[in-house]
Design a protein around this ligand. Structure first.
Ligand code: C2E
Ligand code: MG
Ligand code: MG
Length: 757
């Protein structure tokens, strides 16, 4: 009512003024018979006045309706609205203003009006008490400017403290009429929420541009937004990254399983945190610490992912450096004692799983103290660095060369042979290599220096169980023995091993001379059929050693195979056996004998094996039909076609093949069937207990059956007892070799036996 009343008064006042005058005039006329106007004129006037009044009443009704509408609209607004007149006096307010005035009147120190209708707004536009804010003064100045027509609109955002929170209001003053002449409308709107949102956004925006790389993707993991740090770390600009998937950063260092686990964690927990290797635009791979959070909507489905990461290459590098310092010797960069013990421990653990041996070589420089004392520590350091290099050059990649301190080095060799002596020989050869590498002078500053090492060796792993540092102590003890033995040498911890290794080295040297000085000879063992008729012989090599006496082949054939001497040795046997065949061919009593010759794998593998055999036959004039070559299963597994081709070529000339030690290998029957064999030789291992062990008997029976089915002959070796021969005969094997029928004997003895039968 207040507002409409005021508006009506302003707009209708001229009209009301006239009406008032007219009514006064009419009353006067009736009473005093107005002299100035004629009655008909008066009637007309009154009629038109009534008309005016009717019109006016109608307009008043319309206005009142419109006023009610306006008021309810204003009241429904969330803003506080007041209307002031030209002087700044409040003439109307809406409900919100009344509440607002009431609320704020409780709060001293607000510029806002504790006001109602009739109050001059300028009177409340004062500096705010307490906090000294001049928002009130500004509001006054603004209102003045609007009312004076100097300002089309005035805005002011101001805070308003309440005991619990700071609220913010936006004040707007707008002129009502042109140039402010008609007063003004003042509105106050609570903008606390908007400001809060703006503030969070501002904070978020600042946070987003932090030092950490950030990336926001949609649910499909397409990049929507990245920050400056992202670009700095990855090298991809926002334009390059947006729209792409995070895979542009993939380093290839993680497998699919890694990313699967990440996706699972995001799905289940909404977050994944961890270290990841990514690739920069320039290709460089780097580690980062990454946390990914899934942003979910109120329905619980993921709408975005936020990734925050930092480049941790520096930390990783620093850690690696610390690790290096604690595990490596700073002077030589070799593993230190700690790392060596670590690896030793590992080797001890893994070696229990397989039979291979490992070795520790304890290398100590001879007279190192003297170098330090006479040439100085710097020269000593130089020497140690070069020693480290030489030790490295004597070892393979998988071996460990460590420096324990001072002039003590340790070399650890892993995965040596299973056989003790063989492994010891391998370790010894590395040791000798090291000693040899010290022969050249070391180049120190302005001096050439010669020095020598003393080396102690111990084997570990396989069956022999050693604990912790045990092998290290053993190798060190052995090193002291090497020193005691006069330095510049090596010693084994195990005295027996030392002896064996030395003996073996001696034996190898001896074997070379044996070949040259014809210390080798052949023994002949009869092969018989039925009750004992000799049909042939197997030649078995013997070594008549000048000091050791007769050495059996098991002691030198493997050695000859290892050091390559088997080739000349085998050739000598073949040559001698063929020459014997030729000699017997002229003797009717012996001409029927066949000769079986053992052939080693290395011999058979020679590309010119066939040619060598044929040339030998040619040279000696032996009948190829009397020659039988004994092969073993293990040497027949490599290149089947090549093996068959070799055998075929010799078979074509009449040479026969016997498969020695049959039953001890693992070749398949299908495979054996393809080989052009003549005979299977049942290994003595099955013959030994053939009478008592049904398994051995069964195997022998199978071999016989197999030979029959493949059209091969069969012979049993190692027959010592008549019962064994009987059993074999019973099983269908009628050819034998063994002590029962004759031991391997020198030529004369054999010949006498055959002639005597
Ligand atoms: P092998 O070819 O299986 O020879 C059979 C071995 O059994 C021979 O041992 C022989 O003396 C022995 N033996 C024969 N009958 C009996 C018996 O009734 N009871 C027992 N307990 N043993 C018997 P030897 O002569 O010590 O030869 C051992 C192995 O040395 C041979 O096994 C063969 O593999 C190899 N060998 C011998 N001479 C040569 C050769 O000239 N060249 C090559 N490459 N290897 C040879
Ligand atoms: Mg044999
Ligand atoms: Mg055999």
């Amino acid at each position: 009512g207040l507002l409409t009343g005021w508006i009506l008064k302003r707009q209708l006042s001229p009209l009301l003024h006239t009406a008032h005058a007219l009514r006064e005039l009419a009353t006067a006329n009736r009473a005093e018979a107005l002299p100035v106007a004629r009655p008909d004129e008066m009637g007309q006037l009154i009629a038109s006045f009534n008309q005016v009044l009717d019109n006016h009443r109608q307009r008043e009704d319309t206005l009142r309706a419109s006023e009610a509408l306006t008021q309810s609209i204003l009241n429904s607004l969330n803003a506080s609205i007041a209307v002031v007149d030209e002087a700044g006096v409040i003439v109307a307010v809406n409900t919100r203003w009344q509440e607002f005035a009431l609320e704020n009147s409780l709060q001293p120190g607000t510029p806002a009006p504790r006001t109602g209708v009739g109050v001059n707004y300028f009177s409340v536009c004062k500096p705010t008490a307490g906090n000294g804010s001049d928002d009130g003064v500004q509001a006054g100045v603004g209102l003045r400017a609007v009312l004076d027509g100097r300002l089309p609109i005035f805005h002011l955002d101001y805070p308003c403290d309440s005991p619990t929170q700071v609220r913010w209001f936006a004040m707007t003053i707008m002129p009502l009429g042109l140039g402010g002449a008609g007063g003004a409308v003042i509105t106050h709107t609570d903008i606390s929420e908007r400001r809060q949102t703006e503030e969070s956004l501002r904070i978020a925006a600042t946070a987003f541009e932090s030092q950490q790389g950030m990336v926001i993707t949609d649910a499909q993991r397409r990049i929507l937004r990245v920050n400056q740090a992202f670009t700095q770390i990855t090298g991809y600009s926002a334009e390059e990254a947006i729209g792409q998937g995070p895979h542009i950063l993939a380093s290839g260092r993680h497998d699919a399983e890694f990313y699967d686990r990440m996706a699972q964690a995001l799905e289940a927990e909404g977050i994944w945190i961890g270290e990841i290797w990514n690739r920069r635009k320039n290709g460089e791979v780097y580690p980062e610490w990454l946390s990914i959070s899934a942003v979910r909507n109120p329905q619980g489905s993921t709408t975005h992912y936020v990734g925050i990461f930092s480049d941790i290459s520096e930390q990783v590098r620093a850690k690696a450096q610390i690790d290096h310092l604690s595990f490596y010797d700073p002077l030589t960069h070799l593993p230190n004692r700690r790392l060596l013990l670590d690896r030793l421990d590992q080797a001890l653990h893994t070696s229990t799983r397989h039979a291979r041996k490992n070795a520790l070589l304890f290398v100590d420089l001879d007279n190192f103290k003297m170098i330090n004392d006479t040439l100085g520590h710097q020269q000593g350091d130089r020497l140690l660095v070069q020693v480290a290099q030489r030790l490295r050059s004597c070892t393979r990649d998988g071996d460990t060369v460590a420096r324990l301190g001072s002039d003590e080095f340790v070399v650890m060799l892993e995965n040596l042979a299973e056989d003790n002596i063989e492994a010891a020989t391998q370790a010894e050869s590395v040791g000798n290599h090291i000693i040899g590498s010290f022969e050249a002078d070391f180049e120190l500053e302005q001096v050439h220096h010669h020095t020598t090492p003393s080396i102690g060796i111990t084997l570990f792993g396989g069956a022999s169980v050693a604990e912790g540092e045990e092998p290290l102590k053993q190798a060190e003890l052995a090193m002291f023995q090497a020193k005691a033995a006069g330095r510049n040498t090596l010693r084994f911890f195990e005295a027996q091993m030392q002896a064996e290794v030395s003996a073996r080295a001696a034996l190898e040297a001896d074997l070379r001379t044996a070949l040259a000085q014809q210390q080798l000879l052949l023994h002949y063992q009869p092969q018989v059929v039925g009750a004992g008729r000799i049909t042939g012989v197997e030649v078995l090599v013997r070594w008549q050693h000048p000091q050791r006496g007769m050495v059996p082949p098991v002691q030198f054939i493997p050695l000859a195979e290892e050091c390559g001497l088997i080739l000349p040795l085998g050739q000598w046997v073949l040559e001698t056996a063929c020459a014997q065949l030729t000699a017997w061919a002229h003797d009717p009593a012996l001409a029927h004998l066949t000769v079986a010759v053992n052939v080693s794998a290395d011999q058979f593998k020679q590309a010119d094996f066939v040619a060598t055999v044929l040339a030998t036959l040619e040279r000696t004039g032996a009948n190829p039909r009397r020659l039988k070559l004994e092969l073993t299963e293990s040497m027949l597994v490599d290149d089947v076609e090549a093996i068959i081709a070799k055998m075929d070529a010799l078979k074509a000339r009449g040479v026969a093949f016997s498969l020695d030690d049959f039953g001890t290998g693992y070749s398949s029957l299908a495979y054996l069937k393809r080989l052009p064999l003549h005979q299977l030789k049942i290994d003595q291992g099955f013959v030994r207990n053939i009478v008592t062990d049904p398994n051995d008997a069964a195997i022998a029976r199978m071999v016989v059956g197999l030979a029959e089915s493949m059209g091969l002959a069969v012979i049993a070796e190692g027959v010592e007892l008549q019962a064994q021969a009987d059993m074999l005969a019973h099983l269908g094997c009628h050819a034998y070799q063994g002590y029962l029928f004759g031991r391997p004997v020198p030529l004369a003895e054999l010949e006498a036996r055959v002639r005597g039968q």
